[in-house]
Design a protein around this ligand. Structure first.
Ligand SMILES: C[S@@+](CC[C@H](N)C(=O)[O-])C[C@H]1O[C@@H](n2cnc3c(N)ncnc32)[C@H](O)[C@@H]1O
Length: 302
């Protein structure tokens, strides 16, 4: 793979704007998405500035040391390492989160899952209820629920100890006392007769057969445990729908993120598990993304 060399980036006195423009073009020519944003994030990190601070310093000359740091960051990106792992940080629902290669990078469509769960919890009078979240990862869903529903109690389950460490640091960073993080396997975990108002999850749902077709950023860098279920893509959906039916109070809600093309089968699974009011909501890209279903016996709520 061609890497930035002095020939590509002739030795000269670089200032911020020309270096941004050069990097944007360099990434674009090599088919990297969001090339300008990537260039800005990496340069801002090299210069220890907030991203928008670059716009106030377009004529700032780079010291040799700063240029060397920037080159090293860009070389990492050229291997397809996601920019969020390079920076060690990302945003989810306007909140900052530490991310490491032990955790999935939170996605914008998952924000819609959380917003939908919050909307329903509030409208059904359960804003101070108990929520089970499955597959903690960085803790993005658990932290966002804990932050935006300060009266709720969130129990969050994760199999990977390394991911749970990251989630612990993110909970501490946001000063949350209403989130309990548990290490465990959703296929064997027992919940001691606990009853929840909602079950929320963004489970691994990429079918094993599709794993090798994922973008290199995902396939080669994000945890395999977080992306594929090692089966047909529905292993977790089946398990969580069954669990939800047993753990939810009457009328309690299950909210699951699902993958492209999974809506019909996932809806069938939820109904066969005994959930009622099953439906699927589209994400901002128009893709069926959020599966919801309700434990029988409650008063229907919007
Ligand atoms: C798709 S990621 C979601 C991470 C995060 N909640 C998010 O939305 O970005 C799924 C998570 O489930 C975890 N996981 C995988 N298998 C599991 C299992 N059997 N039991 C519990 N968690 C599991 C993975 O380690 C990963 O953190």
């Amino acid at each position: 793979m061609p890497l930035p060399t002095n020939e590509d980036a002739p030795k000269r006195n670089w200032t911020v704007l020309p270096l941004l423009e050069w990097t944007e073009r360099y990434l674009q020519e090599r088919s990297f998405e969001e090339s300008r944003l990537n260039a800005e994030l990496l340069l801002a990190r090299a210069l220890r500035l907030p991203r928008l601070g670059l716009y106030l310093q377009f004529d700032r000359p780079l010291a040799a040391g700063e240029l060397a740091v920037f080159r090293a960051l860009l070389l990492r990106r050229m291997t397809h390492e996601p920019v969020q792992y390079i920076l060690g940080e990302t945003e989810f629902m306007g909140l900052p989160f530490e991310v490491t290669p032990a955790v999935l990078i939170p996605r914008p469509e998952t924000e819609e899952l959380v917003e939908e769960a919050i909307r329903w919890l509030k409208s059904s009078g359960s804003a101070e209820g108990s929520i089970l979240e499955i597959g903690t990862g960085s803790g993005n869903i658990a932290v966002a629920l804990g932050k935006f529903l300060p009266g709720a109690r969130i129990t969050s389950l994760e199999k990977s100890g390394d991911a749970l460490e990251v989630a612990r640091r993110n909970c501490a960073r946001h000063g949350l006392g209403n989130v309990e993080l548990l290490q465990g396997d959703v296929f064997t975990a027992g919940f001691d007769g606990q009853v929840f108002d909602a079950v929320v999850s963004n489970p691994p749902y990429v079918p094993e057969a599709e794993f090798n077709r994922l973008q290199p950023e995902v396939r080669d860098f994000e945890p395999r445990l977080a992306t594929t279920d090692g089966a047909d893509g529905f292993r977790f959906i089946r398990r969580i729908a069954d669990l939800a039916c047993g753990l939810l109070r009457p009328g309690g809600g299950m909210f699951l993120e699902i993958g492209y093309g999974q809506a019909d089968a996932a809806g069938r699974i939820a109904r066969e598990s005994g959930l009622t009011g099953v439906g699927v909501q589209k994400d901002f890209a128009g893709i069926d993304r959020i599966l919801r279903g309700f434990a029988p016996g409650g008063i229907p709520s919007p």
